[in-house]
Ligand binder design. Structure first.
Ligand SMILES: NC(=O)c1ccc[n+]([C@@H]2O[C@H](COP(=O)([O-])OP(=O)(O)OC[C@H]3O[C@@H](n4cnc5c(N)ncnc54)[C@H](O)[C@@H]3O)[C@@H](O)[C@H]2O)c1
Length: 251
């Protein structure tokens, strides 16, 4: 298939499954060209194949978002695939399901560093690597978490890392705004993915009663907000974090 010159190039990190795969599929369904990046190359390749099977264009890449050289190589490959530039970066990769839950006094300092490295330093490094390839009119969408606003107990390193994502979204919005690039974040509530299911036995019903909409969240429930924040209808919006949690909490 020859590349569609009108298609945007969208780079999604952590797209081997879960929310990242749903974002990639959503952008592809909108006609965008996808770069599907993950530390799990096999999973990224599965996502890319799924997109190609439905007539889309996708490139699977292995990236470690904690590694400056790896993020730079991924951004360069993505831009080359995009004919010289990247239009949208979705910073979704994170350590999530594997994070140990414990009182803050008991968090292992090594795990603290790992979580901060992937969840907070990762979006910085990936954005830094993508920045020279982003044209005017581009967008970055960072994936934070509604746990930042609820202050979920026994998960301080994860919650703090996602709070940091809200903060770096604001700084990047100011710095990249000069180039007409928007930077916004999504704070999803508890959403059913393999990772979130591994966190608790009652995942299907967890938090549903606290919500205004009395049903669990599927990854596809979050996708529309990412399309909006990366699309033409939100061009005057930047530095913001949108909570998408079925009305479980209001900020
Ligand atoms: N599922 C939820 O309930 C929920 C709620 C709020 C926020 N989030 C956030 O949404 C995002 C996706 O969550 P998910 O449930 O799909 O989890 P997930 O574990 O399926 O996705 C995370 C992805 O990041 C990848 N990854 C991990 N370390 C990496 C690294 N160093 N470099 C590159 N890729 C790496 C993993 O391989 C995985 O594919 C995460 O940022 C998570 O924190 C999830």
């Amino acid at each position: 298939m020859s590349p569609d010159p009108a298609a945007r190039t969208v780079l999604v990190t952590g797209a081997a499954g879960g929310l990242g795969r749903a974002f990639a599929n959503g952008f592809a369904a909108d006609g965008d060209r996808l770069v599907v990046a993950d530390i799990n190359l096999e999973g990224a390749q599965q996502t890319a194949r799924g997109i190609e099977d439905t007539g889309g264009e996708a490139l699977a890449l292995q990236v470690d978002v904690t590694d400056p050289a790896s993020t730079q190589a991924a951004a360069q490959e993505a831009a080359a695939f995009g004919g010289g530039s990247i239009d949208v970066l979705v910073n979704n990769a994170a350590i999530y399901g594997a994070v140990t839950r414990s009182p803050f006094e008991d968090i292992d300092p090594a795990e603290w560093d790992l979580v901060m490295g992937v969840n907070l330093k990762g979006p910085w490094l990936m954005s830094r690597a993508a920045s020279p390839h982003l044209d005017r009119g581009g967008a970055i969408v960072n994936i934070s978490s509604a746990t930042v606003y609820s202050g979920s107990e026994q998960w301080m390193h994860y919650v703090a890392s996602k709070g940091g994502v809200v903060a770096l979204t604001r700084v990047m919005a100011r710095e990249l705004g000069r180039r007409d690039i928007t930077v916004n974040a999504i704070a999803p509530g508890f959403t059913l993915t393999e990772s979130s299911r591994s966190l608790m036995e009652d995942a299907e019903t967890y938090g549903v009663e606290r919500g205004s909409l009395k049903r669990a969240s599927e990854p596809e429930d979050i996708v529309g907000t990412a399309l909006f924040l990366a699309g033409p209808h939100s061009r005057y919006m930047t530095g913001q974090t949108m909570v998408v949690d079925g009305g479980r909490q209001f900020i």
